[in-house]
Design a protein around this ligand. Sequence first.
Ligand code: ZN
Length: 61
Amino acid sequence: MLAAHCPVCDVTQLYSYSHLHSLHNTPRGIQLVMDCYCGERFTVLTGRGVGNPLHSAASTV
Ligand SMILES: [Zn+2]
């Protein structure tokens, strides 16, 4: 399970790994593409150098 913030639901909730669509290492950090329970697909930037882990750069795809 991992916690992520859906910008559509505007709530941070726990997701099982089956909701993790993809994961990319980028120069800015680790970009997770998540599928929310509401059906929205959103990206989360996490990793070193990102101020607030898992919540700082959520946006819709
Ligand atoms: Zn949602």
